[in-house]
Structure formats: C-alpha cells, structure tokens
Design a protein around this ligand. Sequence first.
Ligand SMILES: Nc1ncnc2c1ncn2[C@@H]1O[C@H](COP(=O)(O)OP(=O)(O)OP(=O)(O)O)[C@@H](O)[C@H]1O
Length: 239
Amino acid sequence: MPELLSIRDLRAGHGDAVVIPGLSLTLAEGEALAVLGRNGVGKTTLLDSIIGVTRRFGGQVSLAGRDISALPPEARARAGIGWVPQERNIFRSLTVEENLTATALPGKWSLARVYEMFPRLQERRGNMGGQLSGGEQQMLAVGRAMMLNPRLLLLDEPTEGLAPIIVEQLLTSIRRIIRDEGMATIIVEQHARKILKVTDRAVILDRGEIVHQAPSADLLADPGPLEQHLGVIAKGAAA
Ligand SMILES: Nc1ncnc2c1ncn2[C@@H]1O[C@H](COP(=O)(O)OP(=O)(O)OP(=O)(O)O)[C@@H](O)[C@H]1O
C-alpha cells in the first residue's frame, strides 16, 4: 500500500516543554495503528501534533506526500485528517444533526451512512449535543469526523470513561470503519488487547519515543513487550 502519513524526526510539545524529542513514523493507506503507552508518555501529544495543535520545534509531518507541518488545524482537517480528541469537542448547543453537518465535506460518508453506522444518533438527531450521554457523544464525535470524509482518522482514547457495553458497541463500529471501509486510522487506547484485535500494527511510546513496534497480531501472540512497557495496564486490559 502507498504511504499516506509520514512523520520525520518530529520534535513537539507544549510551551517550552519538549514532549516528543524526535519521532519518525509512517502509515500506509488503509492501515490501522494503535498507539500504546503508560499515562503521560506523549500519546495525545503525538496525535495533537498530527492535527497541529501542539508546538512544533522541528521535523516534518506529511500527508499523501504534502508537507502539512506549517498548516493550522483547520487546513489539516480540509487536507484529509479527521480528529476525535479525548474531550470530544462536540457542539453542545447544536443538535446532533447540526453537529454532523456543520463541518461536513463531500464524499461517500453522508448523514445516511453515519446514521446506518450509529442508529442511536438517528434516534437522537433532534437532541442538543449537551443532552447526550457520554457514549452518544463519542459516537457523535466519530460520526462528525467521518462526515469530513477524511483520508486519515485520529481517535484519542475513544472508549475512555464509557460503560463496558458501550465500549464494545463503539469498538464494533471502529472495527467496521477500519476493516470494511479501509479507513487509515491511528488510535490511542488504554484497552491494549481490545484495540490490538482491531489494528494492523502498534507502537509503544515511552517519554515521547517509540520503544517498541510490531504487528498487532504479534503482540497479541506474545504480550511480553506489553507487560514490559505497559506493566499493570496490559495485565488489567487482558481480562
Ligand atoms: N497542554 C499542555 N500543556 C503543558 N503540558 C502538557 C499539555 N498537555 C500535555 N502536557 C504534558 O505532556 C506530557 C505528555 O502528555 P500526553 O497527554 O501527551 O500523554 P499521554 O500519553 O496521552 O497520557 P494520557 O494517557 O494520560 O492521556 C505530560 O507530561 C503532560 O503533563
């Protein structure tokens, strides 16, 4: 598969703090990558640097061969990056349907397709974003990103804080988006084993650096590196 995303020697952080001291990574068209690591190692900062809301000290981010390093987040979204941040950022005083259509771009993902993926959103189409449950808000955030018809989807801890049954529903939808729709995706996730079943490849970060990378299937077959680098998180997620 041709290369979609290329990150070369990225140095990025917040304010004067360098969180990512020099990271290189590529993602192929249609590939799904899990980003794993303990709390505070820079997983969110990596995703935020791809969409452009961190401070870049050096290095380059390219999408489909185009250097997007100097573009503001809105321009990166228009260039083809759908971003679902940890805090979801839905418009609380717009309806579900308005949230979905407000920033939509043309392509195969239409309202009908998003409603087919998330029937609950159709039922709630007239409700305000602020009236939704946590799970519904997360579905709305993913649906809104799909309505951008992105080439690359960034998901930051999509299942965080959700009830187990909602986690399973959401992971089923994410699996469909990746497997059936072939969407190139980068997912930060605490449920390591669950997300390894959905992704092709994984990187483990520590202090802003990639300390291990492997096909997801290899990490599932031999969880040694998960236990080494994630410790209790991996054991907890094994249940
Ligand atoms: N807006 C910010 N301003 C200053 N420092 C920040 C900011 N966001 C994150 N940091 C710091 O950057 C480091 C990496 O944080 P980051 O959120 O990227 O890690 P993470 O691996 O995603 O962790 P978590 O799993 O807890 O979300 C941490 O030390 C954090 O305190």
